[in-house]
Design a binder for this molecule. Structure first.
Ligand code: ATP
Length: 435
């Protein structure tokens, strides 16, 4: 990777169609983004890789997709209705609002630079509210979920019973969450609508410390396996005064963003807080019955909670590379093959029908396996550069020789090395590379 500014990466993301501001034609809605054709593929791939490692490749974790709209009692039991708040201050001079705990200097406004202009902090609840049904009464008010985790806790018994699960086991879920953030920003890093990837791992209370350590290691490794630069990642334990009300220990997996170290994922030892709370509030016994020991208890929970949209952004930043090639700067998005939006670009050397036809045929064959783009415009060098910039691992060029030798040129994004490969063997060749 190359050090990259927030501006460079957000411009590239907009220019190439990774992400656009929501409602852009109306001037844009701050802090909500639409993922374009490339962004939706990248985001999907990030989520798929998370699901693969958290659910598919394990025998002890199952998936869930719970509703965004949930009973109000869920958020009363979880504590969100009361304590999911941030301290909000307003500058009396420029009227901008900030999160007090995120200010470098709590006495100076970062916007106008004036000192001692802040109002007293007001605790601001981050949950979005709406109404269920046709009448806007207080009774009909419900929240949009601010995290996916609570849907897992409220379904703990449903999932355990229907799947005959024994401790330790996990329930994984990914999906949209909503927070009325006081200071959204840094492109898609902090938005008011975003996607999370969360897993609750239920275990015996005396095993929780062991699983807490295990999940830190597993989750750190996941980023490395997908090619993230190790020196840009670290695990930071929370100080005691940072710990959430339920936590017996929390660490953050942090990434070295263009503005410094910031959170990608939190891994928390939530003890038995959530299941106990939901038992008390719902009146349903959510304890686990251990047949061997003949005892009933509340399992403890380890929670790795990552942001899908934030992680996608970090992969873009990490992949961004500038290289000098023959006095020219080549921008390459060095995304892991599994994350790249398109796996292969098919590039007919000319627009002549005799090359377009076999190119389309080849692309149709490759599309059965991978996301493919066919690009016929501009000189071949420029087309290579465009594919480099969006991270396509392989470019397949169909030229006039292809008509005789039934072979194509395959160019590797990272090394720019070229191989001549027979069309018949192309799928097998790419299959071996795109593991
Ligand atoms: P922060 O301190 O950045 O506000 P948090 O500690 O409140 O985050 P968690 O509640 O632990 O975040 O949520 C788990 C993950 O969800 C975070 O690590 C982050 O990746 C993602 N996330 C949380 N809030 C946002 C947001 N507003 N926009 C995008 N992603 C978010």
């Amino acid at each position: 990777m190359t050090d990259v500014t927030l501006e460079t990466i957000s411009n590239l993301a907009k220019k190439r169609g990774f992400a656009f501001q929501s409602s852009e034609i109306y001037g844009g809605l701050r802090s909500a983004y639409d993922y374009g054709p490339l962004g939706v593929e990248l985001l999907q791939n990030v989520k798929q890789e998370w699901w693969r490692s958290m659910v598919q490749e394990r025998g002890d974790i199952v998936g869930l997709d719970s509703a965004i709209l949930q009973a109000r009692q869920v958020w009363e039991a979880s504590g969100h209705a009361e304590v999911f708040t941030d301290p909000l201050v307003e500058c009396r001079n420029c009227h901008n609002r900030f999160r007090l705990d995120k200010l470098d200097d709590p006495d100076q406004c970062p916007s106008c630079g004036k000192r001692e202009t802040f109002t007293d902090p007001r605790m601001f609840n981050l949950m979005f509210r709406t109404h269920m049904g046709p009448v806007d009464t207080d009774e009909n008010m419900i929240y949009l979920r601010p995290e996916t985790a609570q849907g897992i806790f409220t379904n703990f018994e449903n999932v355990r019973r229907t799947n005959r699960l024994k401790l330790p086991f996990g329930i994984a879920q990914l999906g949209k969450s909503f927070r009325n953030e006081i200071t959204p920003g840094q492109f898609v890093f902090r938005t008011r609508e975003f996607e999370q990837m969360e897993m609750e791992y239920f275990c015996a209370p005396d095993e929780s410390a062991e699983w807490f350590a295990y999940w830190q290691e597993q989750r750190f490794q996941w980023y490395l396996d997908l090619g993230m630069t190790e020196s840009n990642l670290r695990i930071r334990p929370h100080d005691d005064d940072e710990l959430s009300h339920y936590s017996a220990g929390t660490v953050d997996v942090e990434y070295d963003f263009p503005w410094g170290w910031d959170e990608l994922e939190g891994i928390a030892n939530r003890t038995d807080f959530d299941l106990k709370q939901h038992s008390e509030h719902s009146g349903k016994d959510l304890r686990y019955f251990d047949q061997e020991a003949n005892e009933r208890f509340f399992p403890h929970v380890i929670e790795p909670a990552a942001g899908a949209t934030r992680t996608t952004f970090a992969f873009l930043i990490d992949g961004y590379t500038e290289e000098q090639v023959n006095d020219e700067t080549r921008v390459v998005m060095k995304l892991h093959h599994r994350l790249a939006p398109y796996k292969v670009a098919v590039l007919p050397l000319s627009k002549k029908a005799e090359l377009i036809e076999p190119s389309e045929k080849l692309a149709a064959e490759l599309r059965k396996r991978w996301m493919i783009e066919v690009d016929v415009t501009q000189a071949i060098g420029r087309r290579y550069r465009r594919q480099d910039e969006i991270g396509t691992p392989y470019a397949v060029t169909v030229d006039f020789d292809s008509l005789d030798d039934h072979a194509v040129t395959v160019r590797d994004r990272d090394t720019m090395a070229q191989d001549r490969v027979g069309m018949d063997g192309l799928v097998a060749y790419l299959d071996e590379k795109l593991v």
